[in-house]
Design a binder for this molecule. Structure first.
Ligand SMILES: Cc1cc2nc3c(=O)[nH]c(=O)nc-3n(C[C@H](O)[C@H](O)[C@H](O)COP(=O)(O)OP(=O)(O)OC[C@H]3O[C@@H](n4cnc5c(N)ncnc54)[C@H](O)[C@@H]3O)c2cc1C
Length: 392
């Protein structure tokens, strides 16, 4: 059955015809192509690789990278169109949205914004068309929330570089043709493009995950990797360049999790209307059940409005990283709570794979942690309102 959408306060009246069309396209793709396979993918811990070409065909890879990206085949959607795509993909599964986020925001975005003409011409058409996959290596075994401490090091060697280090928890790592790797150099932290067949480079998958099972997560090892001078992204200087990529990705996450929350809400709403207990009465007829549905739809609606406002600000060039921290933190928090409430309302059935809620709930635990934990985003917001950094 097609997803009916969640629109309590005529939210759709705030969207343009084009935005509604893009959402409808993404919604149909998820209903027809993702939902039939995602349960098995999640159970079997495989990413639905066959969908990459379709994501690309629909223009969902690197979709909101601005006018310059059109030269490389990207659609240059506005940020609300892009957000609605992320919402629908994550309604399918957070792993699918993560793939699109990494490819577009963490690989194509730095190449477009910090790369040379040659790097852009070579990689962006391949990444946009899904013919190549990318990953983003920032996190290390000892440095997650504090990437500034990274140990990965690139040292000048003649006209090129030698790269040594380890990255972990890298989405798409072993599937990637190209890795954007952040390393310490004598001139500060820099970003490098590392090709998968570089000598000394290996990617090993992390197994036994109970979250993001339909997503590839890997560790990257770099031992004396020789890199040409052209591997360095010329504009990717300082941690602020890496953080700019994360801000771009977090914007998509702030929209994406609304999709997971909507799916959990709609599953609970329809289940509680049809499920009967005590004299054949639907469980939705009880006040305690309705209160949970009311909380969910209210929080989803607030999350939609926050995301839309941030999208409009981003289109105007007025969205900053601290705004995005609020978007990501709030929307992930309410999405997790919606998943928990939905699981609760489904009773025992809620823990099975027959319904999507436990899968969303497990995925959202990762989404809460990656791209800045909820604590770190609280500290960003705290710094914005007090002027006092409290990270240490
Ligand atoms: C499935 C998955 C995919 C991922 N994909 C990628 C990827 O593609 N690329 C990439 O580079 N990384 C990726 N990550 C890594 C992710 O970004 C990190 O896990 C995240 O930054 C948190 O780091 P950590 O796990 O080391 O936790 P830690 O930093 O050790 O934090 C542990 C806990 O301590 C808290 N904490 C830490 N510092 C503070 C503080 N100052 N104040 C208050 N609380 C604090 C945290 O909020 C958290 O609750 C991924 C992670 C997962 C799970």
């Amino acid at each position: 059955m097609p997803f009916p959408g969640v629109d309590y306060i005529l939210f759709d009246s705030l969207l343009s015809a084009q935005e509604l069309l893009v959402r409808q396209t993404a919604r149909r793709f998820v209903d027809e192509r993702v939902l039939p396979v995602i349960r098995d993918c999640y159970r079997d811990a495989v990413f639905p690789t066959h969908l990459i070409a379709e994501l690309a065909e629909l223009g969902f890879l690197g979709a909101n990278l601005g006018p310059e990206s059109e030269r490389y085949g990207c659609p240059a959607m506005n940020n609300v169109e892009y957000g609605l795509v992320m919402q629908e993909l994550e309604r399918g599964d957070s792993g699918l949205r993560s793939f699109a986020s990494v490819q577009g925001s963490l690989v194509m975005y730095p190449i477009l914004n910090f790369g040379s003409h040659e790097q852009k011409s070579r990689w962006l058409p391949l990444l946009q068309s899904g013919k190549a996959t990318g990953c983003f290596g920032l996190t290390e075994p000892d440095f997650g929330s504090n990437p500034a401490g990274m140990k990965t090091r690139a040292v000048r060697d003649g006209s090129g570089w030698v790269l040594n280090g380890e990255k972990t928890w890298i989405t798409n790592g072993s599937a990637a043709d190209i890795a954007v790797v952040w390393a310490r150099t004598e001139e500060g932290i820099q970003g490098f493009l590392v090709e998968r067949d570089t000598p000394g480079f290996t990617a090993t998958n992390i197994h036994d995950k109970w979250s993001m099972r339909a997503s590839v997560t890997s560790s990257l090892s770099m031992i004396d990797c020789p890199l040409p001078e052209t591997a360095a992204l010329p504009g990717a200087r300082g941690l602020k360049a890496a953080l700019a990529c994360l801000t771009q990705a977090r914007f998509g996450i702030g929209w994406g999790v609304i999709g997971a929350a909507m799916d959990c809400y709609e599953t609970a709403r329809s289940y509680t209307i049809t499920r009967t207990q005590f004299d054949g009465k639907p469980i939705a007829s009880h006040q305690l059940v309705q209160e949970k549905l009311a909380w969910m739809i209210t929080e989803i609606t607030k999350a939609q409005l926050l995301a839309l406002h941030c999208g409009r600000l981003k289109d105007q060039g007025r969205l900053d990283a601290a705004h995005v921290s609020m978007l990501k933190r709030n929307n992930v928090t309410i999405a997790i709570e919606c998943a928990r409430l939905s699981r609760d309302l489904l009773g025992a059935n809620g823990i099975t794979g027959e319904y999507p809620v436990m899968r969303h709930l497990c995925n959202l635990e990762t989404v809460r942690t990656y791209e800045g934990t909820d604590h770190i985003h609280a500290l960003v917001i705290g710094e914005r309102v007090t002027g006092i950094p409290a990270y240490r």
